[in-house]
Ligand binder design. Structure first.
Ligand SMILES: [Mg+2]
Length: 272
């Protein structure tokens, strides 16, 4: 080969070799500062948004609620009947906020939550509108008892109005003022002479104060002791994305870092 041509090809080859992509670095455990807080919720959000099983569970809950309500109205024609229902992940779906948290690599934050609710983009939980419309047509009073803050009232009202839910005026809303515990608000409803036919929620705190601030072992015991009420008086909606069950894992410690919470989640798993 012509020596000049040989040298030229050698240089081309050398340049081509340098252009090869470097081997992928070995995956490393992210240090605490870069740990993506919401990453672990991806599977639950996917189930919520894409699992037809999730939808079926919602229909199952509302079908059961319908059956129970019809029976209670029939059995108590003269009673002042009411329903106490939670809003988030019971009547409306906010999984879009959780998906956004994943995209941002950040955890729940009251400020970003309020930015989400101000958008009024929550969608209806399958089966819920038909159920509340039926309750309304039967003359049953609906109380929306939610831990959305009173400062979220206008946006929440507009969101629910757009979804066509009934009985939307301020007398039917009990939003959070000072405490996330709902017992005081339930008592205020009982004090008006209502007989509560059904409670609906995705969090056991939506049903009874006994569950509040308890560890998961105690929550299990209480759930077992109340087993006859589920599907009868308490209608539970599925929510694997977040809830008191998760906060209880952290012993209600809100000071833990995302990495510490991740460590707890993995350490408590029951493996064989
Ligand atoms: Mg809820």
């Amino acid at each position: 080969m012509n020596p000049v041509r040989f040298a030229f090809l050698t240089v081309v080859f050398a340049i081509a070799s340098c252009a090869q992509p470097a081997p992928a670095p070995v995956a490393e455990v992210a240090p605490a500062s870069t740990y993506k807080d919401a990453e672990y919720t991806v599977q639950a959000i996917l189930y919520h948004q894409f699992g037809s099983e999730y939808r079926a569970l919602c229909y199952q809950a509302y079908n059961l609620a319908t059956e129970r309500l019809l029976a209670k109205v029939k059995a108590n024609p003269k009673s002042k009947l009411a329903i106490i229902t939670d809003l988030d992940e019971t009547v409306v779906d906010n999984s879009y906020y959780n998906a956004w948290l994943v995209s941002q690599g950040s955890g729940y934050n009251p400020e970003t939550w309020k930015e989400w609710t101000a958008q009024r983009k929550a969608t209806i939980v399958p089966g819920s509108k038909a159920f509340f419309d039926l309750a309304d047509s039967l003359g049953v009073t609906i109380f929306y008892v939610s831990n959305r803050g009173v400062d979220e009232y206008d946006a929440t009202l507009a969101n629910l109005q757009a979804l066509g839910l009934p009985q939307l005026d301020s007398t039917h809303f009990y939003l959070k003022t000072t405490t996330s515990g709902k017992e005081e608000r339930r008592q205020a409803i009982y004090a008006q002479g209502y007989e509560v036919a059904l409670y609906l929620g995705d969090n056991l705190n939506d049903f009874a104060k006994d569950f509040e601030k308890q560890n998961n072992e105690r929550r299990h015991e209480l759930t077992d002791s109340l087993k006859g009420k589920f599907g009868a008086e308490y209608i539970v909606l599925p929510n694997a994305i977040y809830g008191e069950w998760e906060v209880a894992l952290y012993n209600y410690n809100h000071e833990l870092s995302p990495a510490q919470k991740d460590s707890i989640r993995k350490s408590v798993l029951k493996a064989y």
